[in-house]
Write a new protein. Structure first.
Length: 239
């Protein structure tokens, strides 16, 4: 719900870390039920630091831009494209912003929507450390984005690693809607939120050492196969 003061209430972004741990165990065990799982996404922040996340089943690549200081990749449901999408998951890697305050970063992102939209409503910023690293979540409802002409609801999650900052977004495009309203109910948004919240940043351990914020052990073979300097790697479901 959105209050008259322009804040979304009743959708606070409760933590799903336990669910993520379960997902990691499933993915590590040779991807049991791979038919129901989407591809996995790894972002390389440098120095052995990575972000590991996942996509819903059936989502495909829509856009990719790699280059300093921001690397960007986006995916849409099968049948939608970068030109006609109504749902999108986007990942952004800021390679020089490690250690930044995730909440302050989300405030800056929100300011951008405030300038681009006829009106916005937001949740409060919810800090929640994940795997020993700072993280924060916010939802933004944009009644009409002047660039696209659509209304937008955006779920944003930021994790601040030691080397890089990772921003995951799930974006819904709708017809423009009235200020102070939102075209989805909380249950729908909670399902979408899983796609940006079920992920973590971690650091690979060097031989004979124990890393802070370590990566799940089951991911070692996949992480060993990464190409150095490649910001975004997608591992197809079932591999």
């Amino acid at each position: 719900m959105i209050s008259k003061e322009g804040t979304i209430r009743g959708f606070d972004g409760s933590g799903l870390y336990a669910a993520f741990v379960l997902m990691i165990l499933i993915m590590s065990a040779c991807r049991v039920n791979a038919q129901e799982q989407g591809d996995s996404v790894v972002l390389q922040g440098g120095g052995g630091e990575v972000y590991i996340g996942g996509l819903p089943a059936g989502w495909t690549a829509a856009a990719r831009v790699e280059g300093m200081p921001v690397d960007f990749a986006a995916w849409t449901p099968r049948g939608q494209t970068s030109n006609d999408w109504r749902e999108m998951i986007a990942a952004q890697l800021f390679s020089k912003l490690g250690g930044q305050d995730p909440g302050a970063f989300l405030e800056r992102v929100t300011s951008g929507y405030d300038q681009a939209c006829d009106s916005i409503s937001t949740t409060s910023i919810k800090p929640e450390p994940i795997n020993g690293l700072p993280s924060a979540f916010r939802a933004v409802a944009c009644s009409r984005n002047s660039a696209s002409g659509f209304g937008e609801v955006v779920l944003l999650r930021v994790i601040a690693g030691q080397n890089a900052l990772y921003l995951m977004e799930r974006i819904y495009r709708t017809e423009p809607f009235a200020a102070g309203t939102i075209p989805f109910d909380n249950d729908f948004l909670a399902l979408g939120k899983e796609s940006v919240e079920l992920g973590l940043a971690c650091r690979r351990s060097l031989p004979g050492t124990v890393a802070q914020s370590p990566c799940p052990e089951g991911w070692s073979p996949a992480l060993d196969s990464l190409t150095e300097g490649q910001a975004v790697t997608v591992f197809p479901a079932g591999e």
